[in-house]
Design a protein around this ligand. Sequence first.
Ligand code: G1P
Length: 297
Amino acid sequence: MKRKVTKAIFPVAGLGTRFLPATKSVPKEIMTLVDKPLIQYAIDEARAAGIKEFIFVTSRGKGALEDYFDEAPQLEQSLRKTGKDDLLETLQATNMESGAIAYIRQHKALGLGHAVWCARRLISNEPFAVILPDDVIAADKPCLQQMVEAYEEAPGCMVAAMEVPKEQASSYGVLDVKEDKGALVSLNGMVEKPKAGEAPSNLAVIGRYILTPDVLRNLNKKHVGTGGEIQLTDAIAAEIAEERPVHGFRFKGRRFDCGSKSGFLQATVSFGLERPELRDDLMGYIQNVVSQQKAAE
Ligand code: G1P
């Protein structure tokens, strides 16, 4: 029987320079959409997909991330005393069971493939997931759960995929499609950030992966790719070249690129509008701003 996916790697070593000066002292992954840090969205999604072990690949200055997952007994006690049960529940949802979470340092910024490779000893010989917390996906069924279910039927590696405007393809890993079966897409290859006009399709890789340990073995070769970095895309493409199965998976949901300011703001508005206690107020404000803008034109 196929092994269940119970481990996930969260590459969180990036400097987050696009969000300076905030990221001078706050890890990007702690920045909040409404009131929940980006990393909590990723953890919640992983839990929904059945992940039991959470591996963070971190770097210098990410201490706040480790603290975030610690229990906060004083805070809990104070909320209990004052009868703030709903907040207590919210807080307790952030607690991680001892031993369920591991931190590995990526000592050099050598790329996403290298970050994943840094966690190799914690993976051993089983399939694993990778979640990039910058990609926040709003969906009725969480994206990784959709993938884990699809993975039951499709062996090998799986990458989340989404159509992007052609001119944006060079910002992504891009799929070279062999057979389009709807949700599942089989592949001839994958290219990391192709040059303008050279993308094999406009189907882009989004930051959710289910990978086999073979990918870690490919990463052992430390092949340097686009941008002088060790690319995860290349290590997955090497699986296709070896004729081992790799699928793209068109997930159902809306993806926000929270690695960009505009994407982050869009996600903030979108998640804010989903909250019943904020919706009317926020909607009223947005309508006001839009009509003022229109009047000024
Ligand atoms: C990474 C991957 C890329 C993927 C993207 C999705 O790139 O290398 O293949 O398409 O995430 O967000 P990054 O955005 O970290 O440059």
